[in-house]
Design a binder for this molecule. Structure first.
Ligand code: MV4
Length: 449
């Protein structure tokens, strides 16, 4: 196992990684920006190195400074967390060339999955269901129209360099398709410096269900079942749960097997997530693969008992997975509410500033992953998530009941949060019944007006 690692992140995930390191007896080097001098990740690590001014591109995204910190800190490995450099193949490559192990997949695997069109063609060849559409990229709106007429409207144009909802356009007829095609291309060019697009049949109001996988370097791959992340607003997840309240046991097994096929098709190493769309007919399709640990990894930990961050370290250090598929079982039900410093009544405007009062919930079935404490100042420079509130119950009803109680207990003063909005969601009849789709939040907000 590594002796010392650098944590190239901040906030709750930096803490989460440092905690795993402590349990594995790994020494930690934290990096922090000038805005994060009083942050818990800098205090909790064995060593902390300031890497520059508050803006991310001058600190948490600044590769030369992070590599310098790794060299000064004399670390053997870097854990990138999520966001920032986690899916930057160039960074993973530089780590490799500096003899520092990047805790994650190889640069080639990151690149392949980052190219959404190529990823889709690769997994299709491996026998994984994909959404009907173009075979690879589409280079003219005339060709797009031809394909769309053949498969029928509505269709969606997606940027190949996109993902997570960026660079997408929906079209309902030939005319709107010509516009959507040009718009998607130019948006993709300015957002990603790559105007490649492809086309798919548009699936209306699907559910977002993803599978966690782990793969060691000896080609052992397991899945850790699903996370249902259907509750989102503008591609920002708000609530995640496991198991999904809507899929059958048969679909669960098939989705798990499909996810393993995806990982094996690229010889994947480390932790990864395969996202699927699940439609109203009960069919599922590969959407994309995330080549990082995700925010919502915690809920998989709650129902499987497996510490995913520790597994990442073990895999990266060359250990063999200590369990096989048959050893992995789902126990009970878990829900995660993301607590953000934002005001849902003001169009979810971010609310940075000083936390003047703080009490986080506890008790049976409650886990809080957060870097916040009373007196902490939430910087304006980074994302607005300040805590993950996770509950576990023997079934969905109990997990929701505990969540309602825990949200009531959660007190944050000095800034605005979405705690009350989360209570509104989990007490909503559609949410309680499990019968909703990706338009759920939009509908909830509409019905309040
Ligand atoms: C789709 C789709 C419907 N049909 N593709 C959004 C994020 C990106 N990963 C892909 N996304 C979608 N792709 C086809 N062919 C609908 C979405 C989508 C969505 C997916 C998951 C969760 C929430 C969503 C909200 C809007 C659109």
């Amino acid at each position: 196992m590594f002796k010392r690692v650098l944590v190239a992140n901040r906030g709750e995930i930096a803490l989460r990684i440092i905690r795993a390191c402590k349990e594995l007896n790994i020494e930690t080097v934290a990096v922090y920006s000038e805005a994060d001098a009083d942050s818990l990740h800098a205090k909790m690590a064995d060593t902390a190195i300031c890497i520059g001014p508050a803006p991310s591109n001058k600190s948490y995204l600044h590769i030369p400074t992070i590599i310098s910190a790794a060299e000064i800190g004399n670390v053997e490995a870097i854990h990138p967390g999520y966001g920032f450099l986690a899916e930057n193949a160039h960074f993973a490559e530089i780590c490799e060339s500096c003899n520092i192990k990047f805790i994650g997949p190889t640069p080639q695997q990151i690149n392949l999955m980052g190219n959404k069109s190529q990823a889709k063609e690769t997994v299709k060849k491996a026998g994984v269901p994909t959404i009907p559409g173009s075979a690879g990229l589409v280079d003219s709106s005339e060709k797009a129209v031809k394909i769309a007429r053949k498969m029928g409207y509505p269709v969606i144009i997606k940027a190949s360099a996109g993902g997570g909802g960026r660079g997408m356009r929906i079209a309902n007829n030939d005319i709107s398709l010509a516009n959507a095609f040009m718009a998607a291309k130019s948006e993709a060019e300015s957002a990603f410096g790559n105007s490649d697009v492809y086309i798919e049949k548009f699936i209306e109001n699907p559910r977002h269900i993803e599978i966690q996988i782990l793969s060691d370097k000896y080609k052992n791959t397991v899945h850790l079942y699903e996370r249902d992340c259907t509750v989102q607003r503008r591609h920002q997840k708000l609530i995640e749960e496991s198991p999904s309240p809507v899929i059958s046991e048969k679909t669960r097994q098939k989705m798990g097997e499909a996810a393993i096929k995806v990982a094996k098709s690229v010889n994947y190493e480390n932790a990864g997530t395969i996202e699927f769309l699940y439609d109203k007919h009960g069919d599922f399709y590969f959407m994309e693969m995330n080549t990082r640990i995700q925010v919502e990894h915690t809920i998989t930990e709650m129902v499987t008992g497996i510490d995913l961050i520790k597994e990442q370290f073990k895999i990266a250090s060359g250990e063999k997975l200590a369990f096989s598929q048959n050893d992995i079982k789902i126990s009970g039900h878990t829900i995660e509410c993301r607590i953000n410093a934002e005001n849902p009544e003001k169009n979810f405007m971010p609310s940075p500033g000083k936390v003047t009062g703080y009490y986080s919930p506890g008790g049976k079935g409650v886990r809080v992953d957060s870097h916040v404490y009373c007196g902490y100042v939430i910087p304006q420079y980074y994302d607005s998530m300040i805590a993950k509130l996770i509950t576990w119950g023997k079934n969905r009803e109990e997990a929701i009941d505990i969540m309602r109680r825990a949200l009531d207990e959660f007190k944050v003063e000095g800034i605005d949060t979405n705690i009350h909005f989360q209570k509104e969601i989990i007490t909503d009849d559609s949410f309680r019944s499990g019968n909703y789709a990706t338009n759920f939040i939009e509908e909830l907000l509409k019905n309040r007006e």
